[in-house]
Design a protein around this ligand. Sequence first.
Ligand code: ADP
Length: 522
Amino acid sequence: MPDVAQTTPATKRRWPLGFKWTAIVAVGIFVTFAVLSLVLVTVMRQILITQEKNSVNDTVSAIEQRLSPVAADNLTIATVVPRIEGTTNDYGPDDSFTEVPSDSIFSDSVIQKISREDISLAIYDKDGQQLFSSRHNDQPLVRTTTTQIEMIESHDFNGTIGRAPIVSTVNGKLIGYVQVTDQMSDFFATMRQVYELIAALCVVALLISMLIGFFLARRFLKPIRLITKTIDVVNEEPQSSIRIPTLRRNDELGDLVTEFNQMLDRIQRFIDQQGEFVQDVSHELRTPVAILEGHLQLLNRWGKDDPEVLEESLAASLQEVTRMKSLIQEMLDLTRADQVDVQFPNAVCDINQTINQVVNDFRMIHPEFVFTLDNDLKGETWVRMYRNHVEQVLIILLDNAFKYSTDRKEIHVSAAENSDGVSLAVQDFGEGISPKDRDRVFNRFYRVDKARSREKGGNGLGLSIAQQLVESYHGQISVDSALGHGSVFRVDLPVITAAAADKLRATEDAKPKPIAAIKSEL
Ligand code: ADP
């Protein structure tokens, strides 16, 4: 035999929801914090750089201002130094005498600036020869024709450099260059501190966000854990009456728990009903099966030779089989009546026409009865109900009225429209129902007098089917009765307008037909 390759599906790694939520919340908060910090730091850095550039620019301008009045072709040490130190008097370009006082604010500010350790000032003559340097300056001169302030970040120099040509205001000639180098040590120190602080805060933010994520996940997952535990218990013991403890929270999870409990209640009710139904059915079938068995035994023993026994037993057996058939049909009807709103959601019926037709049919079948129809409905009256079901309800009520009538062979049917909808009534003048039985006649298999009902071919399912149908279509059914005088069964159904009925019929026609319906049409 060839080897069959066994492939086991790869088990996917399982990430608990709590972990995912914690991670998502933590990453979310952390990223938000990091992005905001980055924006803040970038803006702050930009402001500080602009300030530094302005400061360098001020120094360059101040030096330019001091040296430009020199009325020579080139700068020399002798002209530069006193002017930088602010100890010279000079003649301006317009020959006016200008005194530069050594203690002036102007002089102070320049001296103060170039006395900062990270700032160095260098003056060059027009040939690029260095004439003055406030500190050791290893930035080579770059000759420019305009003032230039730039920030440089490279492996050998970090800082701002300001350069400007010095043009004599007296003769308009280029006489030298000024170059100011700012190593921005305060700026870099401040930025380093800020980065360290942000990094520390990011770690703290990450920890806090993980903690928040963890507690949020725990809080949100609590009901889910409770639901899982409850499902486990229900799985192990389907009849268990366990429910999820209601949470004191007014949100979607609270709703989920309530809905889940309601669903369990419904399923429980359904299981109970199914159990009862099976019990009732087996109980109901026991009698006809026993009768059938009795007759077959009789036939087996004597029936073969005695034509009288043969005929009697066969007739009785057939009657029982017919009864069982009707019982099975009614049981089927009852089960189907449960799902009418799903099977016929768009069905509509003109109840006025249906009542007239069913009553006429009964008149024909039971000519010995007087059927009085008091129909106040005017024209077409639409209800949202499948026509066969309207007929079925009417037939059940009329058949009961006929079955349980006594001497007075009269049946009244009335129909009227009121503000709530259409109201139908089927009245007989027969045996009536006692108050204690009135509530029970709608129960499955309930018969006031079992033997009598059986005699009349009743299974005790008619009213259950009628009630199930009417209520499935959002209507109501009730009974009013006086023992010995008769009963009135009332059905109230909501009506719809003719326009709404047309619309529903159009939807129904446009719907693809179910396979069963198509098959039956073939
Ligand atoms: P059945 O097939 O036995 O008639 P139903 O569910 O239709 O079953 O009715 C249940 C029981 O209610 C009947 O067995 C009968 O005892 C009582 N009942 C129903 N309709 C009437 C009526 N019109 N008058 C008196 N009793 C009625």
